[in-house]
Each structure stands twice: as structure tokens, then as C-alpha cells.
Ligand binder design. Structure first.
Ligand SMILES: [Zn+2]
Length: 176
């Protein structure tokens, strides 16, 4: 299996408060240098970019009741993996992230409204062909997590959101 799953937790700047400029004391150059430690080729291998909000003690205490337990989340992840295992049975790949463009066409079918939404995101976010494919693959995984055979608009929205975040910190892929 040539697929490596990895998680890169990092601050958004040396002091950790950026983009909250009222608390972040780093210079532009410091932030740029810090984020630059993640190279573009490495960034391309990162499918999901998620911003974790600072959690206060009060939030943490109330968390158990409001949010999904890690047990439930684990079940959803396992279900998504199971779906992918079946989907790619007999092929050389295991995960959605490994799909070729031909496989993306086959497995990431979009309805008319979904297609429209993605076209709009493609224009608004100036996505490259690679960015477009990546969103489809991530949306496929988000749908799998829900056990949904179809990729719906909310799955696409979520996938576009992950993409936006990466651009917020590292800029557009074509710009570098
Ligand atoms: Zn800072």
C-alpha cells in the first residue's frame, strides 16, 4: 500500500494567535517563513485543512454533551473505510484520495444542482484542475462518512471549505 495517512498539527504562526491580529505579535515575514516550512508538494498531499478554534475551559467542560463522542466518530470513519474498500475491490487503490481522474468520473457522479454548485466554486475560487479533482475526492469521502451513495450539496460545501482554508494560509496553488 503506497498511501500514507498523516496529520500535521501546527500553529498558524510562531506565537499561535494568527490570524487574530489583536493578539498575534509576529511580523508578516515571521508568519510567511513559518507557514513556508510546509512546502507546496507536501501541501498538495494534504487533503483536509481544518482550523481548530482555541477552546476555553468552559467549552471543554460542556463538550461531552454537545459534540459527537470520539467513539461515534470512529464508527463513521470505519464505515467510510469499509465503503471505500468495497468500491475499489479488485483495483490497485484503497482510498478515495488515490483515485485517478477516470475513477473520479466514475465514482464522483454529481447531480445537476451539485454540478452547478461545483462550477460556481470552481470559478469563484479560481480552482485548478487538480483542485477541482481534490474537492470531488474529499466530497466523496464526506458522503461516505454519512453512508450516502450520492454526493450532495452539503458534502460539496464541506469539501470546498477545507480547500478555502488551505488557500487562506498558503495562497492559491497557481500563485506560488
Ligand atoms: Zn503570531
Amino acid at each position: 500500500m503506497n498511501c500514507i495517512n498523516f496529520v500535521v498539527p501546527m500553529n498558524s504562526c510562531p506565537c499561535g494567535f494568527y490570524p487574530d491580529r489583536s493578539r498575534c505579535s509576529c511580523t508578516k515575514q515571521q508568519i510567511h517563513r513559518y507557514l513556508g516550512r510546509i512546502s507546496r508538494p507536501l501541501l498538495d498531499r494534504i487533503d483536509l485543512c481544518v482550523e481548530a478554534a482555541r477552546i476555553s475551559f468552559e467549552d471543554l467542560r460542556g463538550m461531552g454533551e454537545q459534540n459527537e463522542s470520539s467513539e461515534i466518530i470512529r464508527e463513521r470513519v470505519e464505515r467510510a473505510q469499509e465503503i471505500q474498500k468495497k468500491r475499489f475491490q479488485g483495483s490497485k487503490i484503497f482510498f478515495n484520495s488515490e483515485m485517478s481522474s477516470k475513477q473520479v468520473k466514475e465514482y464522483c457522479f454529481l447531480g445537476e444542482r451539485e454540478e452547478e454548485l461545483l462550477q460556481k466554486a470552481f470559478k469563484d475560487c479560481h480552482l485548478s484542475a487538480r483542485g477541482y479533482q481534490k474537492i470531488l475526492k474529499v466530497a466523496r469521502t464526506v458522503a461516505d462518512m454519512e453512508g450516502s451513495g450520492r454526493i450532495g450539496r452539503k458534502h460539496l460545501y464541506e469539501a470546498v471549505g477545507y480547500r478555502d482554508l488551505q488557500e487562506k494560509y498558503w495562497g492559491k496553488e497557481d500563485a506560488v
